[in-house]
Design a protein around this ligand. Structure first.
Ligand SMILES: *Cc1c(COP(=O)(O)O)cnc(C)c1O
Length: 395
């Protein structure tokens, strides 16, 4: 910006085209938060030469700022990938991958235990646009290999699966996709880049809801799509730009502030969840514990072969002798665990699910009511005491 001239109005122009510039040499631990819709070009020639793809410069706030480029680079490092694009929620990031890679006539394959809203997106929007989908059994890679047909373009993988926590043989699922030239996309929200290195498993795309562990504050919604392959990244980032999926500078600031404590929080919530899950395993009220780090939980051997940690999440299936109303009374009696979606924030949460409604009648799991626990940062002793007192309301 040019300096205001003496002829410019001091109450308007003079307040906008002011000569003061903050010193470039200002050093501080946190990165600066840059906000912009407009990015100013020095000359008309610079505007004409603009290039949003290479990230060699800035063109418009929607296409990135120094703050969002910093966050993208850090998420790419966390995931062990090369390129990241950011979206306004985890679900928006899932939608971005689908819209960038699928067109009318294509088929999408989703695991039967996929994150629920991802299935609804396929059932509603994608179906309206002529994109079909089928559900595959994530614990049967051979079945996936036979399901992949000439129209199949994209396979989503989740490890562990939402709510029921089955841990798949990712290498075998990816091999089935590779053998047929189909792109594989991992919903890596559970692993968060901490539990395992997603690209070592051979997947093409890693998506995660930064809403969960990377934010850690229960106050930000954001998603990230990370790739190793440059051509795939350019396809995703072109669709990202055309859809206008920008994120707010203050949300990027919150995630940047939380990333340095990600590994500490992940380890603390993992340890607390395993203590609580071990306590539940001894209780006669439950028929099944679903936590991939526990022997007997579906896919435990795959978890053990793949992971160095686990998220602070597990589910218990109450014995079928307890009605949904009784389990709800237990949930309502919890004092510290709050009832609500999402996870990885400071407050521990529970959500009751009806297994039959969630997975349909073929579910290999039991019939009882399931409660998912997500561990916050409270004392594990207090959380165990909370469950113990609430069980008295089970009747
Ligand atoms: C929460 C979540 C998402 C979606 O994230 P939002 O930011 O809430 O849209 C996607 N996948 C999984 C597995 C999740 O837990």
């Amino acid at each position: 910006m040019t300096k205001a001239s003496d002829r410019d109005d001091p109450l308007t122009t003079g307040l906008i085209h002011h000569a003061y510039r903050p010193p470039a040499g200002f050093g501080a631990v946190p990165p600066a938060v840059h906000k912009a819709s407009t990015v100013i070009f020095a000359t008309a020639a610079a505007l004409r030469a603009r290039d949003w793809k290479s990230k060699s410069g800035y063109t418009y706030g929607l296409h990135g700022t120094p703050t969002t480029f910093t966050l993208e680079a850090r998420i790419a490092a966390l995931e062990g990938g090369r390129h990241t694009v950011l979206a306004p929620s985890g679900l928006a990031a899932i939608a971005l991958v689908n819209l960038a890679l699928l067109k009318s006539g294509d088929e999408l394959l989703l695991p039967a235990n996929v994150y629920g809203p991802s299935k609804e997106l396929a059932r509603q929007e994608l179906a309206h646009w002529g994109i079909t989908h089928r559900l595959y059994d994530p614990m049967d890679a051979a079945a996936l290999a036979t399901m992949i047909g000439p129209q199949t373009r994209l396979v989503w993988i989740e490890a562990a699966g939402s709510v029921t926590m089955e841990f798949p043989d990712m290498a075998a699922l990816v091999a089935a996709c590779r053998a047929r030239g189909v792109t594989s996309a991992l919903d890596n929200t559970w692993g968060a880049g901490v539990a395992f290195a997603p690209f070592d498993c051979g997947i093409d795309i890693s998506m995660q809801a930064l809403t969960k562990y990377p934010s850690g504050g229960a106050d930000v919604l954001m998603g990230a799509v990370t790739t190793l392959d440059e051509a795939l990244h350019l396809r995703l980032s072109a669709t990202h730009m055309r859809l206008g999926l920008g994120i707010g500078a203050n949300d990027a600031e919150f995630v940047l502030r939380s990333l340095p404590t990600l590994a500490l929080r992940y380890a603390a919530q993992d340890a607390a969840a395993r203590r609580l899950a071990a306590w539940w395993q001894q209780r006669k009220e439950i028929a099944q514990l679903l936590h991939p780090a526990f022997v007997g939980s579906p896919g435990h051997a795959h978890w053990a072969a793949t992971c160095r940690a686990a998220a602070g999440l597990f589910s218990v299936v109450f014995d079928a002798r307890y009605t949904t109303a009784q389990v709800d009374a237990f949930v309502d009696a919890l004092r510290l665990f709050k009832i609500g979606y999402s996870w990885a924030g400071p407050v521990s949460l529970v959500v009751p699910y009806d297994l039959a409604l969630l997975r349909g009648p073929q579910a290999a799991l039991g019939k009882g009511t399931l409660v998912r626990f997500s561990l916050g940062l409270e004392s594990a002793d207090d959380l165990i005491a909370d469950c113990e007192q609430a069980l008295r309301s089970l009747g």
